[in-house]
Design a protein around this ligand. Structure first.
Ligand SMILES: Cc1cc2nc3c(=O)[nH]c(=O)nc-3n(C[C@H](O)[C@H](O)[C@H](O)COP(=O)(O)OP(=O)(O)OC[C@H]3O[C@@H](n4cnc5c(N)ncnc54)[C@H](O)[C@@H]3O)c2cc1C
Length: 456
């Protein structure tokens, strides 16, 4: 049996000082070897485990017969962002996790194969031309993250005028403002969004629905036949402990947005600064925490700690991110929970943490962290809080009839909200989740919008 081909990567001690992409992609030779490992199963479990059900064995067989463009069309049919998803999906929990090869040896590197095909077709300007028959109805999409983009593509394919309204000055949602350049180059996101523009989707930036325009205006004044809300979960959760307002404490979303979108790493060439000093602690164990820690390291921090209240096996981040963080010199301080942020002259200089131990398993199958009577102080210059995000309440505030649950998530029934003709999907409905789940929701919502409008 041929071993799984490893994707080449930049050296950890070089890449932790640069924002260049870490994973370098497969060559044609590597992609052919890896594709040859696929067993082309009769009942492919990988397809069922992919949230958008890409026909994985089909595109792998197309790679083997050198039909890279056909392989692209196979993927694109179900996933309009192959170069993005191949870089950020937790494949080990989805397609690759279900691959039968993984039972006895190592699963096929499905994500790396998808990335090769996506990038190959971007580099060679191959674009799947789709014939669209326009109808006379229009749909507004709120938010240009993965949910909004997937909904927009599908809605446009049905022939509707499709207009995306984005609050920020760049399109892509978390793909742009959250996930760092070294993991997901921004030109890749732009190129994949450009394909939607070619499909005929219109994009409008700097429009905050709920402030610049209300939902009501979109329907009554702008005469949209339907609206999809994909406004995500961008509101950071706080620790709720003393000292959170000290200088040097950041929320991960703000910190990452400053660097990714405002280019704070190039201050003073760009106007937005970010003050990262020698010792940085990041609280949290998900992808956001890994991204914040690895970004802080690249901004020159000498020591970067991840502080997490469970053990290393319970970290919710993608395996690859944890592995890359360790290689880059990020230190993990586990079974600790911050209880106070201590400062001097309004600047943070210490965090007090309670030592935790693991108890019984909870509903998620992970062991619950239980506080002990021990405490430790850790000297730090910065603290970045990455313990979760919740939906931004802006749309709800301007539209009280839009029903939300206690966590601010929009309540839907078959993707339709409490307002007839207004649909929603992605993180705004589920709370913070993943790119591919948001895309799956956007696409499914489009199917329901189409049904709704055909019957209207
Ligand atoms: C730092 C970070 C790293 C992550 N890493 C991964 C990863 O590796 N893999 C993975 O699968 N998932 C990852 N995730 C999670 C994933 O990115 C999200 O689940 C996904 O982006 C949700 O998509 P969405 O379209 O629902 O929302 P978003 O991506 O948040 O997009 C929502 C968009 O709506 C806009 N918007 C909000 N309110 C309004 C308004 N009122 N009017 C107009 N526009 C509005 C926002 O500006 C934004 O552009 C990460 C998240 C973060 C924060």
């Amino acid at each position: 049996m041929i071993n799984r081909v490893r994707m080449p990567e930049l050296d950890p001690n070089i890449r932790n000082k640069s924002f260049d992409e870490v994973a370098l992609g497969f060559s044609i030779e590597q992609v052919k070897i890896e594709a040859s490992r696929c067993l082309n199963c009769v009942n492919p479990r990988c397809v069922k485990a992919c949230p958008v059900n890409i026909d994985i064995p089909k595109f792998i067989q197309q790679i083997l017969s050198d039909n890279f463009k056909d392989a692209y069309c196979t993927i694109y049919q179900d996933n309009i962002l192959p170069s993005v998803c191949s870089r950020v999906c937790p494949q080990e929990k989805q397609c690759e996790g279900a691959c039968v090869l993984g039972i006895k040896t190592e699963s096929v590197a499905i994500g790396s194969l998808e990335r090769f095909i996506g990038d190959y077709c971007l580099e060679n300007c191959f674009y799947k031309d789709e014939k669209i028959e326009d109808n006379n109805k229009a749909v507004a999409i709120v938010g240009s993250g993965p949910a909004g983009l997937a909904c927009a593509a599908q809605i446009r394919r049905y022939g509707y005028q499709t207009d995306v309204y984005e609050a920020l000055h760049e399109f892509g949602g978390v793909l742009k403002y959250g996930i760092p350049e070294f993991r997901l180059p921004k030109n890749i996101v732009d190129s994949e969004i450009d394909r939607l523009k070619k499909l005929g989707v219109n994009f409008y930036k700097n429009v905050i629905i709920g402030k610049t325009l209300t939902l009501d205006q979109l329907i009554k004044e702008y005469k949209y036949d339907s609206v999809f809300i994909g406004s995500g979960a961008g509101l950071p959760s706080s620790l709720g402990i003393k000292g959170e307002n000290l200088n040097g404490v950041y929320y991960a979303n703000e910190f990452l947005t400053r660097v990714n979108l405002m280019k704070a790493n190039s201050f003073p060439s760009y106007a937005t600064p970010v003050k990262i000093k020698d010792i940085v602690a990041v609280v949290g164990g998900g992808n956001v925490a890994m991204d914040a820690a690895r970004t802080a390291k690249r901004l020159g921090a000498k020591k970067v700690y991840i502080i997490y209240r469970r053990d290393i096996n319970s970290l919710p981040a993608r395996l690859e991110e944890i592995h890359h963080a360790i290689e880059e010199g990020i230190e993990f301080k586990l079974l600790l929970n911050p209880v106070e942020i201590i400062g001097h002259n309004y600047e943070i200089n210490k965090i007090k943490c309670q030592v935790m131990e693991l108890g019984e398993k909870d509903q998620t199958g992970r062991q619950k962290p239980i506080p002990t009577n021990s405490f430790v102080d850790i000297d730090v210059d910065n603290l970045i809080i990455a313990i979760g995000q919740s939906p931004n309440p802006i749309i709800k505030k301007s539209t009280p009839e839009l029903l939300c649950d206690n966590w601010g998530r929009i309540i839907v029934n078959d993707y339709q909200t409490s307002i007839p003709g207004v649909f929603a999907g992605g993180d705004i409905v589920t709370g913070a989740a993943t790119v591919i789940l948001a895309m799956g929701a956007g696409k499914s919502a489009a199917i329901h919008i189409n049904k709704f409008l055909r019957n209207a």
